[in-house]
Ligand binder design. Structure first.
Ligand SMILES: Nc1ncnc2c1ncn2[C@@H]1O[C@H](COP(=O)(O)OP(=O)(O)OP(=O)(O)O)[C@@H](O)[C@H]1O
Ligand SMILES: [Mg+2]
Length: 368
């Protein structure tokens, strides 16, 4: 009898050692919580699968007879406290899934995107981890301004955003610095110089007018209510201050002010809006309801992007991809996902070529 107790103690110590290996802190905390809440010999949830996720862990349990899903769900707080994180418990096909996201922000999250959980949004795009993944319905915003000093992740963010949009929207890009978007020329409408840029935004203006007419004849006020084929369009502008042609600026301005109902969004990135580089007229700037601001050199610049009462972007740690996200009443520190160029290029492999010549598509329409 004594021997049995001794062996069981040894077994328990070994199990504890194994359970509390470095890097396994979260699963160990969950299993310790299960032990405490369902003491032996009571039946208890059994761990059958565990997987590390970008922001935490995903654990799957089977529930033996006598343990109900509700029982686990009701103990959510215990798990959250034990892991010092955010816990989500769901039942999928009879299994109990526990999703834990670490309570602190990591300095690096690899790019990973699946729009499936965001079916209620018309045009979901990832913003970054906070530490739960923050997702914006771009159709709601409908424009997003991205800012920050050089080298802290604006272009990288745009890259991830474009890849998240490719399967569901038409994407137009103005990249006058000609840095990294060229590989997307067969999948987007890409303008690499001032001449192409003015043609592109001219065509988008005509497309916008065409859409206004169609929606008007159909008697609907916005694209979300329109039953016909009308994909969302997103115009992505990296380094918007590089645009010097006044006609291009006027046409972009017009899209920003009129495009909401017609499903055309603008995502514009800039280093810092100074008085000298006045990007848009003030009332146009207000249309960028969503803001994502990486590190700023001073509080004045932070306030220019995030609003009078928000100096936070000047106080961020010097971490690439760390930013402040603001939309409506939401103000959150986020860490955006990292998508290195060579990995982005790989994402295109296997995607069918889908050249979008917006100038052509508009021209080819029959006269009204
Ligand atoms: N979210 C991120 N996580 C980790 N590293 C990142 C992230 N975003 C960017 N980086 C790193 O920082 C480098 C610079 O990023 P990026 O080119 O996006 O900056 P930028 O803000 O566009 O700068 P610039 O104003 O000079 O164009 C990238 O090459 C990458 O190595
Ligand atoms: Mg850049």
């Amino acid at each position: 009898m004594q021997e049995e107790a001794y062996l069981s103690d040894v077994g328990k110590s070994l199990r504890d050692l194994w359970r509390h290996r470095p890097g396994q802190e979260i699963p160990a905390a969950v299993l310790d919580t299960v032990d405490a809440l369902w003491p032996e010999p009571k039946p208890r949830p059994q761990l059958t699968h565990k997987k590390k996720t970008p922001g935490g862990w995903h654990l799957i349990f089977t529930l033996p007879p006598g343990v109900s899903f509700r029982e686990v769900l009701n103990r959510q707080e215990y798990f959250a406290d034990a892991c010092r994180g955010f816990v989500e418990i769901r039942k999928v096909a009879g299994y109990c899934h526990i999703n834990i996201r670490a309570g602190h922000l990591e300095n690096h999250y690899p790019y990973q995107w699946d729009s499936a959980p965001y079916q209620s949004m018309a045009l979901p795009v990832p913003i970054g981890y906070s530490p739960a993944l923050e997702v914006l319905d771009l159709a709601e915003a409908p424009h997003l301004l991205v800012a920050g000093v050089t080298g802290f992740g604006k272009s990288n963010y745009l890259l991830g955003l474009i890849h998240s949009l490719l399967p569901v929207a038409k994407v137009a890009i103005i990249d006058l610095k000609r840095l990294q978007f060229s590989y997307l020329k067969n999948h987007t409408a890409l303008a690499k110089n001032e001449k192409e840029a003015v043609q592109l935004v001219g065509a988008l203006n005509r497309e916008m007018e065409r859409r206004i007419d169609i929606l008007e004849s159909a008697g609907v006020e916005k694209i979300q209510d329109y039953k016909g084929d009308m994909p969302f369009i997103v115009l992505v502008i990296d380094e918007v201050a590089e645009i010097s042609d006044p006609e291009t600026i006027r046409l972009v301005d017009r899209i920003v002010r009129l495009a909401r109902a017609t499903g055309i969004s603008v995502v514009a990135a800039t280093q810092r809006p100074s008085k000298r580089v006045q990007l848009f007229k003030d009332d146009t700037r207000d249309m960028f309801a969503a803001r994502l601001c990486y590190l700023m050199p001073d509080e004045v610049s932070s306030r220019m992007i995030l609003g009078e009462n928000c100096p936070l972007a000047a106080q961020l740690p010097e971490v690439k991809g760390r930013g402040i996200y603001k939309f409506g009443v939401t103000v959150k520190e986020i860490q955006s996902m990292h998508l290195p160029l060579r990995q982005a290029k790989k994402l295109l492999q296997g995607q069918e070529v889908n050249v979008w010549d917006v100038t052509q598509s508009v021209k080819r329409l029959p006269p009204r």
